[in-house]
Design a protein around this ligand. Sequence first.
Ligand code: GLV
Ligand code: MN
Length: 214
Amino acid sequence: MASLFTSFLLMLCLFVVPSLSSDPDPLQDFCIGDLRASPSINGFPCKSSVSASDFFFSGLGSPLNTSNPNGVAISPANVLTFPGLNTLGLSMNNVEFAPGGVNPPHSHPRASEAGVVIEGSVFVGFLTTNNTLFSKVINAGEMFVVPRGLVHFQSNVGKGKARLITAFNSQLPGAVVLPSTLFGSVPEIPNAVLTKTFRTDDATVNNLKSKFAV
Ligand code: GLV
Ligand code: MN
């Protein structure tokens, strides 16, 4: 009888204890991350001495160098580049596109994303877990959202360059960039897995791997 009661209590706990997987709330006004220390389970320990400069960051400036195969460049303001974000559950990116540039399909496992177009015309899309694509071309001053963890991309469809500022509800949202995750991992995903997955041959997989090898 007692064990039945214990099992019932356990079941109850499983259903009523909320599952929280976003960044936790801060327990103090601020906690500038001490990046020299090892990160603890959730973020960095606080620096002992703090000054005004810890709360400012000038790394989101423009222009970035977009001369690369995707024609896109990203400068991140996250806890690793701007330790003032430690424990605040926030981060931002400056994303710049050459004409025709593409920010390839990727997802952020720890954050939803909100973005605003600062310059140009951008085709923005995300995919649901049942493979429905929601997409739109948006222009300067227009905003988009991507729900947490969903695969998304952007492409510059205007004549000139384009620029976005994106924001995340995590100090370190993480990015799983599908092409490099699948074809540029170390060690490699075996060809047998990739040829079967993509219903293709070794030559095609080797060709893709050669483009994403690090
Ligand atoms: C855009 O998708 C970004 O992650 O900044
Ligand atoms: Mn993104």
